[in-house]
Design a protein around this ligand. Structure first.
Ligand code: AOF
Ligand code: ZN
Length: 360
């Protein structure tokens, strides 16, 4: 029974995918005498948490009821009040939780408030699923840096273009639509200046009602053209990260065009600093759609969390055709990056492979 109601709570949480950041997705269901009396989800930062919506719906039926929550009820006074206290006040008798809240402001304190009030607490129902659902939030709230996903589309022989740099299109329409969903779900999208110079991409979400992520360009010497689409189209905000001494005139021109130029320490762009600055602006997730060099920088520095690789059933061959991971590469097999928790799914005619980088 617990799993059935928790699944419903998880489904409600998931319904708000892409619209809760930097907050987690959370769902809640209240059950009294075998009847659902309240359902809620967290929909938007600043708005009530899932439990509050469910409690409001339940009204007086909450008295003596069981509440299912996909995340430990909060204990802090943030943008909204502590849910654990609201649950106590409503006279709930039992709380079933999927996952604990890793937010250092909560982290077990929510459960403590409930137990101190004499409420029965059951933890760990569908825990793995709940943790995976909020993998972005769980990492961001502890590290204060965005969760970094490297996304690439390759041929079956690992190429991201032909030897003449032709790359439209590697994957089918279905896979490309899936990428637009990924963009919608991310707070920011990042490419290197090479990609801007070569493809002049828009980096927007082409989905009906899709949200555009912040566009981040790594451009150590400010070579982005002022007429690039990410500068002129006004579709989303664009930030350019540079080395320590960008050309001041050009910087001014970008600022006039509404594009932020952010110098970092060093000659090349300092990736750790980029992630710190993005985290300070509550950017909790970053989709890296870089070329092979940018991808390699993230991987070599241990800054990538997840890989999403679309693999098309095509072969282009050619030893000079670029791959999605360049750089120097490993010398011996023992130096290879071993990914974990690999999963594969078919999207149209292509494969979608998801895997995680080892924790640095
Ligand atoms: C819950 N239920 O539905 C959510 C929780 O700024 P605030 O007040 O909205 O607080 C955000 C924090 O609250 C967030 O970092 C996470 O720890 C928790 N989110 N907690 O009990 C919810 N969304
Ligand atoms: Zn709360």
């Amino acid at each position: 029974m617990h799993e059935t109601y928790m699944r419903l709570a998880l489904d409600n949480a998931k319904a708000a995918r892409g619209q809760t950041r930097p907050n987690p997705m959370v769902g809640s269901v209240i059950v009294k005498d075998g009847r659902i009396v309240g359902i809620g989800a967290h929909l938007k930062p600043g708005e009530p948490h899932a439990e509050i919506h469910a409690l409001r719906m339940a009204g007086e039926h909450a008295e003596g009821a069981t509440i299912y929550v996909t995340l430990e009820p909060c204990s802090h006074h943030g943008r909204t009040g502590p849910c654990a206290e609201a649950i106590v006040r409503a006279g709930i008798r039992r709380v079933v939780i999927a996952a604990l809240d890793p937010n250092p402001l909560v982290a077990g304190r929510g459960v403590q408030i409930l137990k101190d009030a004499g409420i029965e607490v059951i933890q760990g129902v569908l825990e793995e699923e709940a943790e995976r659902l909020n993998e972005v939030f769980n990492a961001y709230i502890v590290s204060k840096r965005p969760f970094v996903t490297i996304k690439s589309a390759v041929t079956l022989d690992g190429k991201i273009a032909t030897r003449t740099a032709s790359s439209k299109w590697i994957t089918s329409g279905e896979a490309r639509e899936d990428v637009h969903r990924l963009r919608h779900e991310h707070a920011a999208i990042l490419v290197g200046v090479q990609t801007i110079l070569h493809d002049d991409p828009q980096l927007t979400t082409r989905l009906p009602d899709g949200r555009n992520p912040l566009r981040v360009i790594l451009d150590s010497r400010l070579r982005t053209p002022l007429d690039a689409r990410v500068v002129t189209d006004g579709e989303a905000e664009t930030w350019i990260f540079t080395g320590s001494a960008p050309d001041e005139d050009k910087q001014r021109q970008f600022e006039q065009a509404g594009v932020k130029v952010i110098p970092t320490e060093g000659e090349r762009v300092n990736l750790e600093q980029v992630l710190d600055i993005l985290g300070q602006h509550e950017i909790s997730s970053l989709l890296v759609e870089g070329g092979g060099q940018v991808n390699a920088s993230f991987v070599q520095q241990g800054l990538a969390d997840k890989l999403v690789l679309y693999v098309a059933p095509k072969l282009v061959g050619g030893k000079d055709a670029p791959t999605f991971l360049e750089g120097l590469g490993a010398a011996v097999m023992d130096e290879a990056v071993s990914l974990t928790r690999l999963s594969v799914q078919q999207v149209g005619v292509d494969l979608k492979i998801e895997a995680y980088f080892p924790k640095a």
